[in-house]
Design a protein around this ligand. Sequence first.
Ligand code: NG6
Ligand code: CA
Length: 519
Amino acid sequence: MNKTYIFPLFLLAAGGCTGGRGHDRPNVVFIYADDIGYGDLSCNAGDLGNGSRTIVTPNVERLASNGLRFTNAHAAAATSTPARYSMLTGEYAWRRAGTGIADGDAGMIIRPERYTLADMFKDAGYTTAVVGKWHLGLGDEKGTQNWNETLVPGVRDIGFDYSYIMAATGDRVPCVFVENDTVVNLDPDDPIAVSYAENFPGEPTGKDNPELLRMLPSHGHDMSIVNGISRIGYMKGGRKALWRDEKIAGTLTEKAVRFIESSKDAPFFLYFATQDAHVPRVPDERFVGKSGMGPRGDCLLQFDWSVGQILDAIERCGLADNTIVVLSSDNGPVVDDGYQDQAVELLGEHRPGGIYRGGKYSSYEAGTRIPCIWSWKGRIAPGTVSDALVCQIDWLATLADIVGVRLPGDAAPDSQVQRDAWMGKDPQGRATLVVQNAANNLSLIAGGWKYIRPGNGTPYMKNVDIETGNSPDPQLFDLASDPAERHNLAADCPQRVDEMSRVLEEIVDGRYGLPLSSE
Ligand code: NG6
Ligand code: CA
């Protein structure tokens, strides 16, 4: 049903919207944070045991009070690239080689022939956009991109009409924005070159020239220097194109808001992926010192500001009645992720992962159990909470169901239609969920239990102070009574270990039927 909204004059003056029209298919906006943990947002503070509000994120609270807050929502992986791959394709990343944390010169990991969430929205007649951190590769093959020309294949080949992205992460070169497959502010007289193999002659590095740095690395991150911060990988040239770290959040938020404003008259999908609170943490001066927790906490406040800007834009454009807003994070939190930014020293009582064990990179709950909110005015009850087991991998099939798209047969093989769970009508959610840690070790979560498959790799990453869950022995936790995964019950419950291991192997082999036969 089309409705015409009448705007108060002061709102017209405040922003770029000159009117808006409702439509029967909802707009969909993802606000996808980076490395923000369950305990990092104050809407989850009551779940942390002591109820302490060590940080206050009012705009996220505003979204939560308008919608449904999940306490048992997961990213499909405990690091960015596989979590994003799974979310955008509806396929578990561990089914595909080459889906680990991507270098900045990785080729497109999602190939054009693969059906994506953006393709699904295109099939529904939506205008689609991605703004922010990409981290899924660009161009054809690793290291072969010419950053001074159009990058092909690019994100428009996998369903996005508009894009304004960082190729990889804030701590990886090239430190430039790419708009519609072309680097922003290219200067032909200062071409960009990127290498993940070796430095360019004469270019300073963090390793050799620490005197040029304004923030020292704590581990890694000692290659090319951009804005006084050394990164992962080498680049030279493109001086006019380089981002300024303190302006990243402002720039990306502005692009996202502009997309909303310019798309308001027809259904749109926006995937807005913030760089906050990934390293390097360099917030805008407005946020510096505001959290009392150093740059990491300040970046959480900056994230909250971005959320507020997006919500304001949706309201200003008259779209609040017909927009699904989804807020989540790509993986769990990490405190020291490679720079001496005082995150550890100033953490105080704040617990980024809430009561959960582990963190980013980990098989334990804090690795993938992330903040998650869905809001849809009039359709999802405001201010509600769900403990259902849900995963971002289901957004594709579920949203296809909501907007009325029938998926091609081979699309999104692991994505389940969990519409009732995401709408707050089914308290159970998934019967089974497989999550992966940074060492590609898999866990099965089912029926309130968690089984961690034995696997190689270090049990403890000292640099980041995180328990990975890697172990040569099986681990089994009763999440219902032991959500912090303190007691490994594998030796006490061999039958359950056998059963869960069998189910996991069946899912890995694709024999378990998707959607699962028991559902
Ligand atoms: C690690 C980086 C870390 C971060 C991570 C990816 C080092 C020592 N550590 O390898 O800083 O960039 O990769 O994070 O280089 S993610 O959130 O994008 O997955
Ligand atoms: Ca991340």
